[in-house]
Design a protein around this ligand. Structure first.
Ligand SMILES: C[S@@+](CC[C@H](N)C(=O)[O-])C[C@H]1O[C@@H](n2cnc3c(N)ncnc32)[C@H](O)[C@@H]1O
Length: 291
């Protein structure tokens, strides 16, 4: 039964973007905005670590609505930033929102499995909130290494759905996070725990100076409303497919999300999402391997 449901679901989505429906939903636009608002203030110091030329070439792979690409272009005023995605609707939003950044920031329809850039084109290659949502993330990371120059850096946010913690109430949210990501990932051929698996992928590519850091999105560091907006957007975008693909029904998923949102909004409540950030330097040896 679960297999048949997964097959029906797979028929409706693009093979290499199984969350295409959710990514194109209005809830994702507000989700990406809230995620950037929550994460960027801590992420920016991690990005400043990379020794980049002033006129750096930067790629944002799977750029969505341009939240990351636009911040990178603002952070590095002489850099040229390219954002690529396969969702034209998101690319249109990005182009219209950030036209003021002119020719330094552009957006193109390209698949991150097969980028158009020549080997070694970019000084910094960024891929935020994408690798958990696609099959064969190792192939994509190899492609990102291919288009990054020797001495350049990869900066990745590989989400991990075992790294969210909420307080118990009428429901125990631990049960939700224990069951849903594993079954949803199996049904969509994606790794929703890639935050802990990315180190092995980077190591297998012989990348250098691999680091793992964590951005802490919690009810102390991030405004409660911003954090709550992320959970509301997940609820609005995902309960239907959770009901189809996992043992948790749409109604149960809604109840879990509503309780977690109330936990975040409760002025004395505490909740935390630990967001992994992986980075690595592309060396001459890893270049040979990626080619
Ligand atoms: C959760 S969004 C993240 C957007 C953006 N990186 C950010 O941080 O706001 C994931 C994005 O990956 C894109 N994506 C999925 N598969 C892709 C592929 N094969 N090539 C390019 N983009 C892809 C989706 O269309 C979506 O816009």
């Amino acid at each position: 039964m679960a297999l048949r449901r997964a097959f029906c679901y797979a028929e409706r989505v693009t093979g290499l973007n199984p969350q295409a429906k959710q990514m194109a939903d209005e809830s994702m636009v507000r989700n990406l905005a809230a995620q950037a608002e929550a994460i960027w203030p801590q992420e920016v110091d991690l990005i400043r670590r990379y020794p980049l030329p002033v006129d750096a070439r930067i790629l944002d792979a799977g750029c969505g609505t341009g939240e990351g690409a636009s911040r990178l272009a603002e952070l590095f005023p002489r850099a040229r930033v390219l954002g690529v995605d396969v969702l034209d609707k998101s690319l249109e939003i990005a182009r219209s929102r950030y036209a003021s950044l002119g020719r330094r920031l552009s957006f193109e329809h390209q698949s991150i499995y097969e980028l158009e850039a020549a080997d070694g084109t970019f000084d910094l290659t960024v891929c935020r909130h994408v690798l958990h949502s696609i099959p064969h993330p190792d192939r994509v990371v190899a492609e990102l290494a291919r288009i990054t120059r020797a001495g350049g850096y990869l900066h990745l946010i590989p989400e991990d759905y075992g790294m969210l913690h909420f307080q118990g109430g009428a429901l125990d949210p631990s049960n939700f996070w224990h069951v849903v990501p594993a079954t949803f990932g199996a049904a969509t051929d994606t790794d929703l725990f890639i935050g802990r698996d990315i180190f092995g992928i980077l190591s297998a590519l012989n990348l250098e100076r691999i680091t793992m850091d964590y951005i802490i999105v919690d009810t102390i560091r991030v405004p409660r409303e911003t954090f709550a907006t992320i959970l509301e957007a997940w609820r609005d975008g995902y309960v239907e497919s959770i009901g189809e693909l996992t043992p948790v029904s749409r109604e149960q998923a809604t109840a879990y999300f509503n309780q977690m949102i109330a936990n975040i909004r409760n002025p004395t409540g505490y909740a935390v999402w630990m967001v992994p950030v992986a980075s690595a330097r592309v060396g001459a040896r890893s270049k040979k391997r990626a080619n």
